[in-house]
Design a protein around this ligand. Structure first.
Ligand code: 5RP
Length: 227
């Protein structure tokens, strides 16, 4: 398997394997969404097969299906009050642990899970490390009837919003909402932008994650680097 992985996939995988070492028996584990989280879920499933007792919360329907198919016991959101550790990916991160997430469209549940988590570990390949957030557009989950309002407000914040589509159709999230991806250029002040976006009615959640990650583990060639 290792031979067939590209360098980027290998970096995701070694970061994921490193992160899974932090999973303790008896804990509640948040399972992220995306290609990096995939490797962590596979490894957690392997440990479960070997007898590790954990319960997990999934950040998307895709992740729930994968976890279920691999035999990882799942809990619903209504069954947990706190999550011990979550392993999730990111679209961009800075060395001071600011993130953009939501490229995979799961940002709403990812942010709730991150907010409930004692130790949020982000895993990434080395292409995700940036000096300043903003090369990746900021995803936002939006209630369908508020799309025009949110688009207008995002433009007032000097963003260029685009309604996400998939295979020619509007992208619908697991929660039945739309995603707007907004280009703000390089983001000088993520805290101010995050606060401004939080104030837009109808915008449920945006992909700027601040003060949520405990650490980022990045694959870098054959090694991992901790941030
Ligand atoms: C999904 C996410 C993912 O964590 C993010 O898009 C990174 O994905 P990948 O590991 O496939 O690069 O936020 O909503």
């Amino acid at each position: 398997m290792e031979q067939q992985l590209s360098d980027k996939e290998k970096e995701k995988r070694i970061a994921a394997l490193e992160a899974v070492k932090f999973v303790q028996p008896g804990s509640i584990v948040g399972l992220g969404t995306g290609s990096s989280a995939y490797y962590a879920i596979q490894q957690i499933a392997e440990l479960v097969r070997q007898g590790l007792q954990i319960e997990a919360v999934a950040t998307s329907e895709n992740t729930a299906s994968l976890a279920e198919s691999l035999g990882i016991p799942l809990l619903g959101f209504d069954e947990v009050h706190s999550i011990d550790i979550t392993i999730d990916g990111a679209d961009e991160f800075t060395s001071d642990l600011k993130l953009i997430k939501g490229g995979g469209g799961a940002l709403f549940r990812e942010k709730i899970v991150a907010s409930m988590t004692k130790q949020e570990i982000i895993i990434a390949d080395s292409s995700k490390l940036v000096d300043q957030l903003g090369a990746f557009t900021v995803p936002m989950e939006v209630v369908p009837l508020a799309v025009n309002h949110v688009m207008k407000e995002v433009k007032l914040l000097h963003g260029s919003p685009v309604l996400r589509k998939k295979s020619g159709h509007l992208y619908i999230t697991d929660n039945g909402n739309y995603i707007i991806d907004a280009d703000f250029g390089l983001i000088e002040d993520p805290e101010s932008l995050s606060a401004a976006l939080n104030n837009i009615e109808g915008l449920l959640v945006h992909g700027i994650f601040l003060d949520l990650a405990a650490k980022v583990i990045m694959g870098d060639g054959d090694w991992v680097v901790y941030f």
